[in-house]
Design a protein around this ligand. Structure first.
Ligand SMILES: [Zn+2]
Length: 287
């Protein structure tokens, strides 16, 4: 076992079938998220699994833009959210009541919300119920209902690393005889479901694919990098402050002298003095 240390997304396919797969591994990308927050272990693990799912889905971002996967929940934890852009740059966040009981995290009665935001073009959003708290199942339901694609997902996180495995049956492509291997989907899915958490988290791609599929004709494609990256900037924070309104901001300035605010994703600190707040409201000086 050579171990898996790289943060990457690995595509593979099976010859003579229309079935493809993705493997995602998150090490430093996940650790960069959790070391910025003191997340309780249950939340960190659920967030890691959500990040692994989001990394798997990033393969379907064929355009510059952003894909966001949210779990909207009804208990003490209200939101888990992971994002990626088309370059595999990811960030994630959890929202919950400070001091709330987070020893157990229930995803029951929650909704999974998948949002695609192309830089140029129409925003798309799909909402799926999370049955029995199972995010992998919610993803399978989403692809079945919204994309008419049969899919299987396996997601794991041990609090330190996160990983995911996806299989997807694409529409029959040219050159593939759909009757050549009619059992392929069931067989390949069954083999994947023998994967153990420790194997998915810690084996490198080659060893894992060999372990699962040594009797299958697996084709492996160049991998792509995954990494932590936050898209926050002073301009974006300024836009958010602008929405609070001039009077509200003046109240804070009178009390505190300046306005200090941290990005909720990466904890980067931003500060605005009175002159910089005035600059956020150019419409006022034009009056
Ligand atoms: Zn940030």
């Amino acid at each position: 076992m050579t171990g898996h240390s790289q943060d990457q997304l690995q595509r593979f396919s099976f010859d003579h079938t229309s079935i493809r797969g993705e493997l995602a591994h998150l090490n430093s990308t996940f650790q960069d998220v959790i070391r910025r927050h003191a997340y309780p272990r249950t939340i960190a693990i659920a967030l890691g699994e959500l990040m692994a799912a989001t990394a798997l889905l990033s393969a379907s971002l064929k355009f510059p833009g952003r894909l966001t996967l949210q779990l909207r929940l009804t208990g003490n934890v209200t939101l888990l959210q992971a994002e990626t852009d088309e370059k595999g740059r990811m960030r994630a966040i959890a929202r919950y009541e400070e001091g709330a009981d987070t020893d157990t995290l229930s995803l029951d009665d929650g909704q999974m919300v998948l949002t695609m935001e192309p830089e140029n073009g129409q925003r798309y959003q799909g909402i799926t119920a999370i049955e029995q708290g199972n995010v992998a199942k919610a993803l399978e339901d989403y692809f079945e209902q919204s994309e008419q694609l049969a899919s299987r997902f396996w997601l794991h996180c041990d609090g330190r690393v996160a990983a995911g495995l996806m299989l997807q049956k694409m529409p029959a492509s040219q050159g593939v005889d759909p009757d050549a291997d009619p059992d392929a989907w069931d067989r390949l899915g069954h083999l994947a479901s023998t994967v153990k958490e420790d194997e998915l988290l810690h084996l490198d791609n080659e060893d894992l694919l060999h372990r699962l599929y040594h009797e299958e004709a697996v084709r492996v494609y160049p991998s792509s990098a995954l990494q932590f990256w936050c898209s926050c900037s002073k301009d974006r924070i300024g836009n958010a402050l602008h929405q609070l309104g001039y009077d509200e901001l003046q109240d804070i300035l009178r009390e505190q002298g300046s306005i200090a605010i941290n990005c909720e994703f990466c904890q980067q600190a931003y500060s605005f003095d009175a002159a910089q707040i005035d600059e956020l409201f150019p419409e006022r000086t034009l009056q």
